[in-house]
Design a protein around this ligand. Sequence first.
Ligand code: NAP
Length: 314
Amino acid sequence: MRSLIYNKYGGPDVLEVADVEKPEPDENSVLVRLKASSVNPVDYKIRRGDMKIMSGKKFPKNAGSDFAGVIEKAGEMVAGYKKGDEVYGFLNPMKGGAYSDYIIADPANISLKPEKFSFEQAASMPVAALTALQALNYLGNVDEGTTVLVNGATGGVGSFAVQLAKGMGAEVAGVCSKDNMKLCKDLGADEVFDYSSEELIRSDRKFDVFFDAAAKSTFSTSRKFLNNRGIYVTTIPGFWVLFNRLFNFFPFKKRSKFIMVKSSGIDLTILTGFAMTDIVKPVIATSFKLEDVADAQVLAESGKFRGKIVIKID
Ligand SMILES: NC(=O)c1ccc[n+]([C@@H]2O[C@H](COP(=O)([O-])OP(=O)(O)OC[C@H]3O[C@@H](n4cnc5c(N)ncnc54)[C@H](OP(=O)(O)O)[C@@H]3O)[C@@H](O)[C@H]2O)c1
């Protein structure tokens, strides 16, 4: 079978399609024939070597984390899934492997894909939409009437965050580039701010939750946008966020937290529910073939796209 691998850290040209042995599931896992994957910043950050401390020096490495496909074989002890089920999920990005024809998945980390979505749409969701869901729900405690600011509201994580926060009953403001303001409104944001203008900075607007989906702010510059007991959640922690976490006995009135997305079949099932009730619909920028993942990552690194870039595997 085909699998995208790389033998050293570097630019997109280190990626190569290898012919590798098809994996065999054990009694507790499932073999999934993949139909689609997508690109997340973590995939190219690992490839570039930005996360060497965690990804290590062992090569070859497998690439890709998000996946959607069809179960080809379920281990004898697997309950709840069978051959032919259409599923989606994500693999540990440090190990990768989703830019392949087949993967082995843990049934606890997958869910049935939303029936109304194509494999490409489903594969665009796991990392980005789970990050948004877990950040808003478990860290931000977003509920009916919560006021939420989403920074980077039309990117992979942000586009899901705006829709999910609206679905949870929040009042949502989005921050994005001028070109993407209409899309942000279409996603459901009640208010939209252009990050290159001073409008938000000059305003005295305050929110219950500031979710920095794009990781472009710091807690110290963002706390002025928080209500008294407001929560700042970021996807990449800076010093004060880590400090706050380590010394969380400190009686900060405004709290900062960071999200580390966790693979979870239960949370994916919640996402499937949001998808089936039309609360969430992925924004697909464009799609590439498995052989062209390098080009897909070049586009992803350029930032010149909206929503998600998907990979078709066939
Ligand atoms: N900790 C975790 O578990 C976790 C999980 C997922 C992602 N992440 C991290 O989260 C970040 C975002 O991921 P993503 O998939 O959403 O990336 P993405 O799809 O590349 O989106 C990035 C977004 O940043 C926006 N942006 C650029 N400059 C900005 C600025 N100055 N102010 C506000 N927004 C700005 C862009 O908006 P325009 O296009 O409008 O310019 C774009 O929407 C990445 O660093 C990723 O590694 C972390």
